[in-house]
Design a protein around this ligand. Sequence first.
Ligand code: AMP
Ligand code: FE
Ligand code: FE
Ligand code: ZN
Length: 281
Amino acid sequence: MGIDLHVHSTASDGTDPPAVVVERAAAAGLGTIALTDHDTTAGWAEAAEAARRAGVTLLPGAELSCTTGGIGVHVLAYLYDPLQPELLAQARRTRSDRLLRARRMVQAISSDFPLTWDAVLDKVEDGATVGRPHIADAMVAKGLVASRDEAFATVLHGRSPYYLPHYAQNAQSAVRLIRAAGGVPVMAHPRASRQRRVVGVDVIADLAAAGLAGLEVDHPDHSPADREMLRGLAAELGLLATGSSDYHGSGKSTPIGAFTTAPDVLEAIIAEGHGTAVVRP
Ligand code: AMP
Ligand code: FE
Ligand code: FE
Ligand code: ZN
């Protein structure tokens, strides 16, 4: 049974509700998934209930927005205490700045395109973490672009004049906080360079020293050469090597389970995580 440790739901910028993500995982023959919405744990309860029903093992998690040396980094946090006060405060601050940033981006875009903030809000589930994919979906609905991919390649690209950054906590500090919350920190897509600058090996070594547990080696945005390099680096630094789809529903072409994690790596993550319980069917 496959293991996919990075999937998104409508609690952030995926297009399937948490229960549907779990059902799709079961239908795809996966035995274990981690729900890792951006900067929120809002999908955990619904996913847990669906996982018990569908016979899927669930690792509650999140993908935390971080920054280091001016470069954005995503850190996957598994099995951490969702009530750890500092992590909770950082996630709240990040979500509220993501909302403000999206409003500002939409304001700028709307001077050139017939796009309104209300059209974007239509695409956001109540309480969800807002991201550029929601702006993309509103533009698709208005017929301004054909797909999320087209929006990200043009108006929403990291180098577009409409692009704005949002607040994110320091990556080294996030790794320490995740450990303090009993969680297991894994660096998401370390070499995904299509939309953003990537950090050097020195920064990854720093994060390892701060308590990083693993690197997401097998990811749809990594080339075969990236994956080979990261597998070697993980071995060198004593880090776990994970694989996952970064499934976002119909917003991205990657199917759930496109990349997977080895069973012994899953066991190591479960052995190190004690901030929240694994949901077993
Ligand atoms: P943001 O977090 O607001 O900066 O938006 C970036 C997020 O959009 C990342 O988490 C991506 O995974 C997500 N995303 C969803 N669909 C796409 C797409 N078609 N192309 C690029 N990124 C996408
Ligand atoms: Fe995303
Ligand atoms: Fe990410
Ligand atoms: Zn992701």
